[in-house]
Design a protein around this ligand. Sequence first.
Ligand code: DX5
Ligand code: ZN
Length: 218
Amino acid sequence: DQTIHIHPSILSADFARLAEELERIQNADAVHVDVMDNHFVPNLTLGLPVVKAIRQATDLPLDVHLMIEDADRWAPEYAEAGAESVTFHAEAAAAPIRLARELRARGAKAGMALKPATGVEPYLDMLAELDLLLIMTVEPGFGGQPFLDVVLPKIRRAREALDGAGVPVALQVDGGVTRETILRAAEAGADVFVAGSAVYGAEDPAAAIDELRRTPLR
Ligand code: DX5
Ligand code: ZN
């Protein structure tokens, strides 16, 4: 039974008015927070102090997406900061199974992300260690990029593996999600959708969230 969850990305919000920007997405399922370190990706956004401030400024669950090197060292700190879920990149983790367990031990949901060209197959045996699998549908680093259809077969394979294993892992997509592309991602089996520009680029972000959530499912 597939339910659509919408996680607006504050990367597309006005960073000088974060509290107000959070108010505008009160109907979201969670707020997606993109942490970038200018090493794993060629962009620098925000880190632990700002995540802690966001935690204080909203009752929405925090879905933290770490686009940073040395995830093993830093991800647990975001769990301690009160994130509901912490997603590290498989490409940046030296010991992803240990790290996922560490996140759960600190009370957060464990998420793992794959860049567009990273295969899901090497990770199929560790799905039960995760609460969330994030399949990037753009190269991470920036909002406002077009959705990569080339990733759709991987989403389908991930959905089949999750259903086959019977493990309750959320299948999240991030990058280029719009009212049009969300259909294809949902059809492929995703159930959590990050949307930056599609939400904050709209006149009424809350209405944009509701529209995305009304995506018709098969
Ligand atoms: C990209 C980030 C995304 C980004 C999505 O590296 O991980 O979360 O904010 O923005 P849109 O929806 O505009 O592609
Ligand atoms: Zn993201």
